[in-house]
Design a protein around this ligand. Structure first.
Ligand SMILES: Cc1cc2nc3c(=O)[nH]c(=O)nc-3n(C[C@H](O)[C@H](O)[C@H](O)COP(=O)(O)OP(=O)(O)OC[C@H]3O[C@@H](n4cnc5c(N)ncnc54)[C@H](O)[C@@H]3O)c2cc1C
Length: 398
């Protein structure tokens, strides 16, 4: 594209890239402090992950009090685990209340700090490939830990012949009734998709390659997450982990006997060190116990409508669902070498210090702590930007 056709727009306040829960939270907190912002979103709606890329039966994995954004609680009639639609309705109400109006269908293709000008240059591409360059003092990265689907390169994929899709394209087990479906990946999504397939009378098998912590969603009449947070106030993490594992064993039995071996580190310690989230069981384990869901070892290669596993077995399947997760896309568009790691696209500084970089650069929602972490980031970022905004207004820079 010809450079001269790029539109240049100088915006007051920061540019926020991404209109998911994190971007909305920063925009709302800034609005509350009287600071304007410009939110840029590549898709045609807010919360595109939730609206466009999640399955129908999804509910919040964590209880509602841990998933509220700053300044607006959930309606009192919401259940403990709101449905995906309830959460989306809440986010729409949130955007309306704080008058957050993202520029939709614009993808940020590059952002770079101009050392001479002292401003960020944020370049976007619109639906008709037209380019815009936004010039701003601060840049807030809110593109999320789940920006791009991770699709593994499995030998024989082109040979398989059946449907192979990532969970971001899976809506319901309805279309798989009667079919043999292999689900690759045993995180929260993989486990729940298996359950959904079962409920729609499909025949799912689950590939379990690594060790995994499965915990009941509730323990002792409380949410496992809430109970863990409470126990951590009084006890060291290792002790809380021991308690969680004892209670899980009593409720779920020995998961290793079902082919789901536990990691050496406890669930909270592992989460803290690697970001790997324990699976909160919503009924899948019972289906594994009853034999409705089969557990398989790693996939070696695909053949015509069949799968060869690392343990030497081969089985026939009609479809494969890849519950293989997501990754950040920040390194593909942010030209900056300090704050974000090139390797995983996440801030280099560990939680809770990853939210602030240099030259007015901020990150929200990269804490591996879901919406709770994003809300903490958003409040800090808004407070920091307000300080600069006021100082700059004082010196007439805005
Ligand atoms: C199935 C599933 C269930 C989950 N359940 C929970 C839960 O119960 N509780 C919880 O706390 N967390 C949960 N999470 C984690 C959840 O992803 C986050 O809490 C939340 O969606 C993160 O919000 P975000 O705004 O940081 O990222 P996202 O929701 O991913 O939003 C980022 C936005 O940035 C946009 N974007 C990306 N790149 C660009 C670009 N280059 N230019 C312009 N726009 C761009 C995207 O289109 C997207 O709209 C779940 C995640 C998944 C996948």
């Amino acid at each position: 594209m010809n450079k001269s056709s790029t539109r240049c727009v100088r915006v007051p306040g920061p540019v926020i890239v991404g209109a998911g829960p994190s971007g909305l939270a920063v925009a709302a907190c800034l609005k509350e402090r009287g600071v304007p912002s410009t939110v840029i979103e590549r898709s045609n709606c807010i919360a595109s992950l939730w609206q466009l890329k999640t399955y129908d039966r999804l509910r919040l994995h964590l209880p509602n009090q841990f998933c509220e954004l700053p300044l607006l609680g959930f309606p009192t009639e919401f259940p403990t685990y709101p449905t995906k639609q309830q959460f989306i309705d809440y986010l729409k109400k949130y955007a309306d209340k704080f008058d957050v109006r993202p520029r939709f269908n614009e993808t940020v293709s590059q952002a770079e700090f101009d050392q001479v000008l002292g401003f960020w240059r944020v370049r976007t591409v619109g639906p008709k490939v037209e380019e815009t360059e936004y010039v701003c003092r601060c840049l807030v990265v809110a593109t999320g830990e789940n920006a791009e689907a991770v699709v593994p390169d499995i030998e024989g994929m082109e040979e398989f012949g059946g449907d192979i899709r990532h969970t971001s394209l899976y809506k319901s087990g309805e279309e798989f009734t009667g079919k043999r479906v292999l689900v690759v990946g045993c995180g929260n999504s993989g486990m729940e998709v298996c359950l959904d397939l079962c409920n729609h009378r499909a025949k799912p098998s689950l590939v379990v390659r690594d060790t995994v912590h499965i915990l009941p969603r509730e323990m002792l009449g409380k949410s496992t997450f809430g109970l863990s947070m409470w126990l951590l106030k009084w006890l060291p993490m290792r002790v809380v982990d021991r308690l969680l594992l004892i209670l899980s064993r009593l409720t779920l039995g020995d998961t290793a006997r079902l082919g789901l071996k536990r990691p050496q580190l406890g669930p909270l310690e592992l989460k803290n060190m690697s970001g790997k989230t324990p699976v909160l069981d919503v009924g899948t384990l019972a289906k594994i116990k009853s034999g409705d869901i089969k557990v398989c070892s790693g996939v070696k290669r695909l053949k015509r409508h069949s799968v060869e596993f690392f343990n030497g077995k081969t089985d026939n399947f009609d479809a494969i669902i890849l519950a293989t997760g997501y990754k950040s896309n920040v390194p593909s568009w942010l030209k900056e070498g300090n704050m974000f790691s090139e390797k995983d696209g996440l801030p280099r500084k560990p939680f809770p210090n990853g939210w602030k970089g240099e030259c007015g650069l901020y990150a929200v929602g990269f804490t591996k702590r879901g919406i709770l972490g994003a809300s903490m980031d958003a409040k800090r970022i808004a407070e920091d930007i307000e300080r600069c905004w006021k100082a700059e207004a004082f010196y007439g820079l805005c």
